[in-house]
Design a protein around this ligand. Structure first.
Ligand SMILES: C[S@@+](CC[C@H](N)C(=O)[O-])C[C@H]1O[C@@H](n2cnc3c(N)ncnc32)[C@H](O)[C@@H]1O
Length: 267
């Protein structure tokens, strides 16, 4: 009997937690600005993706998250990513995606009118095939701890890195990795801020869950806090200036209605 009120109050707390409210507001923002995933899918030839996959077969027990040829699945994930940053309604941005993988996120950004470039290591032939197929430009580079990123010769409004792995430096046992600590992260953040972010630019890092369900260890979290990071579940958002609170839903100075991708709107 005593357990019920405790669990109940925990559930109520969870319901009104910051995360839950942020999640609700993300959901509402997507709902109030619907975009048609079907119209995006209509622009992609699934048969062609299947043919690329046939060239590089996946492991039979591979989880859905690794079925990178599955346009329906990856469009739905990446459309949400783009909408959660309001990329469906901001003016044209220059976007750099680190560890861009199959390229679906940048493909959708392109459909919304943004200028994009990915950066990835070239170890996965399927990603080589899909990024070429989706016409997502890609810089080949291995991100290493405390090594500057290559000189791209320009700065970006938005730098993203979804489900990142580059902070894993060595496998201790299956599923358990040695990861970057605060020193490596400080180097990386300083490199991005000084060489890749425009004033007012943002950096979004999105982490894979670790075996214990956390996304980073407490020391790294402390480092991100000290650097002005704003947390939302697996995501951490940084402004170019660590003293400025970054916004997920940042609208640019002028909304270019003519550019808005009308064909993608579902109403
Ligand atoms: C889990 S996949 C995520 C792909 C994509 N961002 C997504 O969310 O679908 C991790 C990506 O990071 C890239 N990657 C991993 N370690 C890297 C490194 N040290 N330097 C550059 N890219 C790396 C992989 O090649 C892969 O594209």
């Amino acid at each position: 009997m005593a357990i019920f009120p405790v669990r109940f109050s925990h559930k109520i707390r969870k319901l009104f937690s910051r995360d839950a409210l942020d999640s609700f507001s993300e959901h509402m923002a997507r709902w109030s600005h619907p975009v048609s995933a079907r119209r995006i899918l209509d622009t992609i030839d699934q048969q062609a993706l299947n043919r690329i996959r046939e060239q590089y077969p996946r492991h039979p027990n591979s989880p859905q998250i690794n079925r990178f040829e599955d346009a329906r699945y990856w469009v739905s994930i990446n459309l949400k990513r783009a909408q959660d940053l309001w990329l469906d309604r901001t003016p044209r941005m220059r976007i750099l995606d680190l560890g861009c993988g199959s390229g679906f996120f940048l493909y959708i950004c392109k459909l919304f009118g943004h200028d994009v470039v990915g950066l990835d290591r070239d170890t996965n032939p399927l990603f080589r095939g899909t990024t070429e197929f989706l016409r997502v430009p890609r810089i080949i580079f291995d991100i290493d701890p405390c090594v500057p990123l290559p000189d791209i010769g320009e700065k970006f409004d938005l730098v993203t890195a979804y489900r990142i792995c580059f902070q894993r430096v060595g496998r201790e046992q299956p599923g358990v990795w040695t990861e970057w600590g605060p020193a490596e992260w400080k180097f990386f953040l300083n490199d991005i801020r000084t060489r890749f972010q425009k004033p007012g630019g943002r950096l979004l890092l999105d982490f894979n869950p670790r075996p214990d369900g956390s996304y980073f260890d407490p020391e790294v979290r402390g480092c991100f806090e000290a650097e002005g990071g704003r947390f939302f579940r697996s995501k951490v958002l940084f402004a170019a200036d660590p003293k400025v609170r970054p916004r997920f839903n940042q609208l640019g100075p002028q909304v270019d209605d003519a550019r808005e991708s009308v064909i993608l709107r579902s109403k």
